[in-house]
Design a protein around this ligand. Structure first.
Ligand code: NAP
Length: 315
């Protein structure tokens, strides 16, 4: 195990928040070390067209947007380590210590932008059929031959679910959106698009009880229960796309930083966490707005806060 020199600032995560923090910290001459984790570019890389990031009148591909952000941060001296994840942190003494594989990294300041991961339904059959017809990303998997011209199920009633459903209309014969209520959470514009699409049908007030068929080792259908009537029925499908929201990637900070009951980090005075010198932004903090542009904004704020904190150490 090796111990390097002390870093000014280590940024954990490279979604919109992390790469914006890297850009600002780079431009402040802090030469930030940026650890991408297992999903470089974050969740936006799994989106097709991003239509609501300002500055792109025709929209921009999510992957391209993130690649541009990375190049922009690197131009100002951000050092990006791809596929490196933090396994443990010691925030009890300064400099802080991060364990990454066999290496100990020391840092004067840390910016946490570790984002969020897809929520699971929590069914045993879901786990056993993951990547065998159960997926969390239509953009990544929707074009697979197994889904072509087949009925497909999307679970959820938010923007993600409708975006997935609309995308899947290119491939599936019919898209069934299964939602646990009779009203959608998604934005009006997405609702209008989905409700007017002839290939999309809604199954209201319903939850999936089981995904079939574990014995055949592939998805053949879902057993759905209507929450109002209690009626159960099986709906044939070749794929289940789960889009029921996200949970923050903050497990390694449990007991070390203040967080709410759902695991979102609690910040005060801008982006400062419960430990001075540790800042946080993006989806691991924000359970309300969760937009690319708000993540970029809080990433920027975290870098400015870190820069001021480092300056105060030298004063
Ligand atoms: P979300 O808004 O939290 O919606 C999650 C949906 O899944 C809700 O409809 C929820 O039902 C349902 N759900 C949650 N847990 C469930 C469970 N265990 N079983 C069944 N259903 C469950 O999450 P999201 O759609 O991922 O969106 C997150 C944020 O990103 C939002 O701010 C959204 O606007 C934004 N976003 C924007 C775009 C876009 O503009 N193109 C695209 C994607 C996401 P209830 O409604 O009953 O709670």
């Amino acid at each position: 195990m090796s111990t390097n020199d002390v870093e000014n600032v280590v940024i954990i995560g490279t979604g919109c928040a992390g790469l914006t923090a890297a850009l600002y910290a780079g431009r402040a001459n802090l030469s930030p070390l940026v650890l991408t984790g297992q999903m470089p570019g974050g969740l936006l890389t799994t989106t097709s067209i991003v239509e609501n990031y300002p500055g792109f009148a025709e929209g921009i591909d999510g992957y391209e947007l993130m690649l541009n952000m990375q190049k922009q941060a690197e131009r100002f001296g951000a050092r990006i380590r791809t596929l490196q994840s933090v396994e443990d942190v010691d925030l009890s003494k300064r400099p802080f210590t991060l364990t990454v594989s066999d290496e100990k990294i020391l840092a004067k300041a840390i910016i946490i932008t570790s984002g969020a991961s897809h929520k699971h339904l929590g069914l045993k059959s879901e786990r056993l059929l993951e990547k065998k017809g159960v997926t969390y990303c239509a953009t990544c998997d929707g074009a697979l031959p197994v889904f072509r011209n087949q009925p497909l199920v999307v679970v959820g009633g938010g923007d993600s679910a409708l975006e997935e459903a609309l995308y899947l209309t290119r491939f599936g014969s019919e898209i069934l959106v299964i939602h646990r209520r009779d009203a959608l959470r998604a934005s009006k514009i997405m609702q209008e698009r989905a409700l007017h699409n002839k290939k999309i049908r809604f199954v209201w007030d319903s939850v999936i009880e089981e995904i079939k068929d574990v014995k055949q080792d592939k998805v053949t259908g879902v057993v759905v229960r209507n929450l109002k009537t209690g009626e159960k029925r099986e709906i044939p499908c070749a794929g289940v796309f789960v889009a029921i929201g996200h949970m923050p990637n903050t497990q390694i900070f449990k007991g070390k930083l203040a967080m709410d009951d759902n695991g979102y980090l609690i910040v005060k005075k801008g982006t400062q966490t419960s430990v001075e010198g540790i800042f946080a932004g993006g989806d691991c903090v924000d359970s309300v707005y969760r937009q690319a542009v708000t993540a970029a904004g809080t990433g920027c704020a975290a870098a400015i806060d870190a820069e001021r904190y480092l300056a105060s150490l030298e004063a």
